[in-house]
Design a protein around this ligand. Structure first.
Ligand code: ZN
Length: 242
């Protein structure tokens, strides 16, 4: 099983929240908390503008995403659990991808005035391009076509409760994995960072590949410092005897 974070996508040109430059020099993600999104049409408009910039950049999966997809095709990887919302694992060919922070590829209804960070809309979901098309047609604050609720990117925003289902599925995988490969995650964002911890407790070996130290390095069986796109293809080729 693999657990991936922002570090696997930086080589695809997607900036980490913490990295200087790029989209985050013009937008502060802290401006897009769940409550502010619900309360302010201006915040929603800015949020769509930000999403559109990410889409326009059209990031492509890199060698690390492709290496994990190959490992799955060869029957050696049961699931990719990711903190990323960029959809690059699926674009690389991975099939069993569990997105614990949701996906930026889709939008969802969150209801008319959800409170306490909990989305409470109807079941409406659509590709994110649906929202862009609505905006281009002159509706700069698109609403749910079924129940007139607010529509938001299907991601977990700051101040928003995690979606329970992917976390539960990830936790189940964590208890059965023989080896957990943690790639490009600082392992600091809970509850997602609790997944490698749970896997280790359930008896999995833990390998950490990251470009800087993580709080779990001392309990890991293997720690590799490096960039995912450089290290992972070689490691996967070796594991597959190539
Ligand atoms: Zn709705």
């Amino acid at each position: 099983m693999a657990f991936t974070g922002a570090g696997i996508s930086t080589e695809s040109g997607i900036p980490d929240f913490r990295s200087p430059g790029g989209v985050w020099t013009r937008y502060d993600p802290r401006d897009f908390t769940f409550d502010r999104y619900v309360d302010s049409a201006e915040v929603r408009r800015n949020s769509w503008a930000m999403r559109r910039e990410f889409f326009a950049a059209a990031p492509e999966p890199n060698a690390a995403h492709r290496a994990l997809a190959e490992l799955e095709r060869e029957g050696r990887l049961t699931a990719v659990i990711t903190q990323n919302i960029d959809g690059l694992h699926q674009a690389a060919g991975s099939r069993n991808v569990i997105e614990v922070h949701g996906t930026a590829r889709e939008v969802m209804c969150i209801g008319d005035h959800p409170r306490a960070g909990i989305a409470e809309g109807c079941d409406f979901r659509a590709p994110t391009t649906w929202a862009f098309e609505r905006i281009d047609a002159g509706d700069d604050d698109p609403r749910c076509p079924r129940c007139d609720g607010l529509v938001k990117s299907a991601t977990v925003s700051f101040g928003q409760a995690m979606f329970p289902e992917p976390l539960e599925v990830a936790a189940q995988h964590a208890t059965t994995a023989e080896l957990l490969l943690t790639i490009g995650s600082s392992l600091q964002v809970y509850p997602a960072a609790g997944i490698p911890e749970a896997a280790k407790r359930a008896g999995a070996a833990l390998a950490i590949l990251n470009d800087e130290a993580t709080p779990f390095d001392r309990i890991a069986d293997v720690v590799v410092r490096g960039r995912a796109g450089e290290v992972l293809p070689t490691a996967v080729a070796t594991a597959l005897g190539r």
